[in-house]
Design a binder for this molecule. Structure first.
Ligand code: NAD
Length: 337
């Protein structure tokens, strides 16, 4: 099976491509290798894939319609796993053009390629940020997701709506995965797990926003990749429960589905910092700061729908996952522990 993986030099894309290659798929990896957030890390991730049997790489900007058309024509993919995006809620408020171009225009080219080639199934990354100002935890897919607080979140919600329209109009099977704070080896340098680890090891203070009154649902990258592959292998179908008179936001009579993918536990940020101190065997210095614009206060995923659709359950405790992250971090940066 030819599988296009977009965002292949990214954190989740690299892990997903590696798993697909291990099971014998041919992976056409796509990435534009733009400098945000860390071009060196992107290159290092890509080097782990290059040279592996079944892997090829295309340096392409997804928002380039003719380049994407040519890519789909040349590679005739059976499946597409779309992970490329400009991530980062705060970054999106500073650079809305780059965010919307990559996340919406780029996704449109992927949808077009899938439509023209009758791709068997498209799985794309959405985000817990679509729940925006909702406060009822855990977040369930049946809740409305119409109050985003960042441009990034709005682009992810726009992607879900575009995906539904393509699925409805062209009967294209498409599944959206709402990912909740993914962490693990080769993780992004702009995310808290990475920044906090670096600060603790360099004895610099951690910037802790909203005075630490934040809660996150952390998901280990191997668990996320397992969920993405299980979803990829089960093309979306119309829901028989759906009724147009009282439409449930999580259901449709088009072959489009959306699932939460999260660890399922609401972890207060200060507990997370304490666990990281324990794993690293060092004390953190804390600098408390006000709430940042674009951030949400709390996230927690209800994954019952995903569990009943695929049987998936997260396998990795936060402590084990942080240990694996810390080992990788020290190894990659040559830090003695
Ligand atoms: P990442 O930044 O590590 O990877 C994204 C990759 O996409 C990068 O390598 C980047 O170069 C590439 N890219 C960006 N714009 C592109 C373009 N126009 N053309 C081609 N390639 C382009 O991010 P990640 O953490 O691996 O996230 C993967 C996906 O999951 C993203 O869609 C992200 O929004 C989503 N997501 C991630 C998290 C998380 O916690 N990491 C949470 C929710 C959702």
């Amino acid at each position: 099976m030819n599988v296009i993986v977009t965002g292949v030099a990214g954190f989740i894309g690299m892990h997903a491509a590696a798993r697909l290659l291990e099971r014998g798929d041919r992976v056409i990896g796509v990435d534009d290798l733009n400098p945000y957030p860390d071009p060196v890390l992107k290159q290092a991730r890509l080097e782990r894939l290059q040279g592996r049997g079944g892997f090829s790489f295309e340096r392409t900007d997804m928002a380039d319609a003719s380049a994407m058309e040519s890519l789909f024509d040349r590679t005739a993919p059976g499946l597409v796993l779309h992970l490329a995006a400009r991530p980062g809620v705060r970054e999106s408020l500073d650079h809305p053009q780059a965010c919307v171009t990559a996340n919406v225009t780029g996704f449109l080219q992927v949808l077009e390629g899938c439509r023209r080639h009758g791709v068997g199934h498209l799985v794309y990354a959405s985000s817990s940020s679509v729940y925006g100002t909702n406060t009822r935890l855990p977040f369930e897919e049946s809740q409305a997701a119409d109050h985003p607080v960042s441009i990034y979140a709005a682009t992810k919600r726009a992607d879900e709506l575009l995906a539904h329209a393509y699925s409805e109009a062209f009967r294209l099977p498409i599944t959206g995965a709402r990912l909740f704070t993914v962490y693990g080896p080769w993780g992004r340098s702009d995310m808290a797990v990475y920044r906090f680890t670096r600060a603790i090891l360099e004895n610099r203070p951690l910037d802790i926003y909203n005075e630490g009154q934040l809660v996150r649902d952390f998901t280990y990258v191997d668990d996320v990749v397992a969920a993405l592959l299980e979803l990829l292998d089960k093309p979306a179908t119309p829901s028989h429960r759906f009724g147009r008179a009282h439409p449930d936001p999580a259901e449709s009579d088009a072959p489009h589905r959306v699932f939460n993918v999260g660890g399922g536990q609401a972890v207060p940020l200060l507990e997370f910092v304490a666990l990281l101190e324990q794993v690293l065997g060092r004390a953190a210095r804390r600098r408390y700061l006000p709430m940042q614009s674009g951030d949400v206060h709390a996230t927690q995923a209800c994954c019952d729908r995903l569990h009943s659709w695929t049987g998936w359950q997260p396998q990795t405790t936060l402590e084990d996952g942080l240990r694996r992250f810390a080992e990788w971090f020290c190894d990659y940066h040559g830090v003695a522990r």
